[in-house]
Design a protein. Structure first.
Length: 471
């Protein structure tokens, strides 16, 4: 279908295309950000459409439109499905939507599709960097040469966008480590919890269900139960508190692939009486009740680029312990709006011991956090919409450089698959030939699954090369 291009009008009503590789029923921080962007834009500022890979069984009942495009099952490799951003039917449908700005939130399939749409519609592309992708690459890509190639590919894909936002200064520094050399704007995310604690009746009900004590400090962690969230450091610190005679109760609210290992480690440290793992909580009111029931949020992660849970906790007048120099600690004043510690168990435990166990002191800390670091999604999206308007003006005037970086690295990346996988395939063959235990056989099967998943992605990249060369 040929869609006639009209002169770009920066004064027309906002109609934004929001792209991300994850979206409910897949739940993560970036998916939550996109849900809030879309809902607030659609209700207050114009029109928003979310474009995301298809997920089997997904049901989209939102106030805004959701367009899903074909995807591959790469969950064994990456933990989520990979979208195919060059589907002609999807592109033709999106060309009819009347978008005047594109905002992509993931540097992989979403940004590739954003670049295709920009070429078709002649509208600007904004990219937001939310996540430390160097960590994700290290966890999913099997060899060092391929990891470096993947970083370069992401940096070039991001560099091809017309404006780049980051959610914190630390996120910007991490983006630079991938090889990105352009400018960026810090655009913090907000939280969707309004200021205020949960009702006392809900707090009492939660206390009864989970035996939340009132005579000692209650600590809380909210998030994915994954080692990279600093959970070993947290548990080691909790052990030191116990050994120092400090009485407390710790609740882990969340789930994740490492949960069983984390629970086993807590048990091995003898923390069964102090620690409880509740599982994931999807009900935002229940989550608000957890924040309202605790005295201090423990967040020892240096992985997160923004740490939305810190501001969710602040909404409920709950202060946090954070690692000095981490992205989550940006804007925190030690002893006033949070507690800061070095990234080791001695420092974390000593920081808590120094603060003491007086619940009134924890309350003052939380109230200061609520007053000084809280930002709502309404305010965050309003800031973004103001910048959308500026970008649209710059685009219309020609002052914003229209970037058309050729994706030569895309071809090179595809060519490197074969060479990089030879070592993996060799290990797989040797494990099969010399399997003397079930452990070796399991390793062989894991490698075989990884190869199959990577080969599917390789085929996508090869098919995409010609289409993406000058977009």
């Amino acid at each position: 279908m040929e869609i006639k291009k009209e002169a770009y009008d920066p004064s027309s009503q906002l109609n934004v295309c929001l792209l991300n590789d994850s979206f409910p029923p897949v739940i993560d921080g970036v998916a939550n950000a996109v849900v809030n962007y879309a809902g607030i834009i659609n209700s207050e500022f114009g029109e928003a459409t979310v474009v995301t890979p298809d997920v089997p069984g997904a049901r989209d009942y939102y106030s805004f439109s959701v367009v899903r495009y074909p995807s591959l099952d790469t969950e064994k490799l990456a933990g989520y499905r990979a979208g195919f951003p060059f589907d002609p039917a999807t592109i033709n449908l999106l060309k009819t939507k009347g978008f005047n700005v594109i905002h992509t939130h993931c540097p992989v399939a979403s940004t590739m599709l954003a670049r295709v749409l920009r070429d078709e519609l002649d509208i600007p592309v904004i990219f937001t960097y939310h996540t430390k992708f160097d960590v994700d690459i290290a966890n999913t890509v099997p060899t060092k040469p391929l990891q470096e190639a993947a970083k370069g590919l992401l940096a070039e894909n991001i560099s091809a966008c017309d404006e780049v936002w980051v959610v914190s200064e630390g996120a910007g520094e991490n983006l630079r480590s991938l090889g990105y050399k352009g400018d960026y704007i810090v655009m913090p995310n907000g939280v969707d919890l309004p200021r205020g604690k949960a009702p006392e009746s809900a707090i009492r009900e939660l206390a009864e269900k989970y035996a939340v004590p009132s005579d000692c400090p209650v600590f809380l962690f909210v998030g994915r139960i994954m080692w990279y969230k600093g959970l070993k450091l947290m548990l080691d610190s909790l052990l030191k508190l116990k050994e120092a005679g400090y009485s407390y109760r710790m609740y882990f609210v969340g789930d994740g692939m490492d949960r069983a290992e984390v629970e086993n480690y807590a048990e091995s440290l003898g923390l069964n009486d102090e620690c409880m793992f509740t599982g994931a909580v999807s009900d935002r009111e229940v989550l608000k009740t957890w924040y309202s029931s605790a005295d201090l949020l423990l967040f020892c992660s240096t992985f997160d680029t923004n740490g939305l849970v810190i501001r969710e906790a602040a909404a409920c007048s709950l202060g946090s312990l954070l690692i000095k120099g981490s992205c989550a600690a940006e804007g925190i004043t030690d002893g006033k709006t949070g507690i800061l510690a070095e990234e080791n168990a001695d420092s974390v435990s000593k920081a808590i011991l120094a603060f003491g166990s007086d619940k009134a002191a924890f309350k003052r800390l939380g109230e200061a956090a609520c007053n000084e670091i809280y930002i709502s999604w309404e305010d965050s999206v309003a800031n973004a919409v103001r910048r959308y308007s500026e970008v649209r003006e710059l685009w219309a005037s020609g002052e914003l450089q229209k970037r058309r970086n050729p994706l030569e690295r895309l071809r090179k990346f595809a060519e490197e698959w074969d060479e990089s996988f030879e070592a993996v395939q060799k290990r797989q063959r040797e494990a099969i030939e010399n399997a003397e235990s079930k452990a070796l056989a399991a390793l062989a099967q894991a490698d075989r699954n990884r190869i199959e998943a990577l080969e599917r992605i390789k085929e996508q990249i090869k098919r995409a090369g010609e289409q993406m060369l000058w977009r």
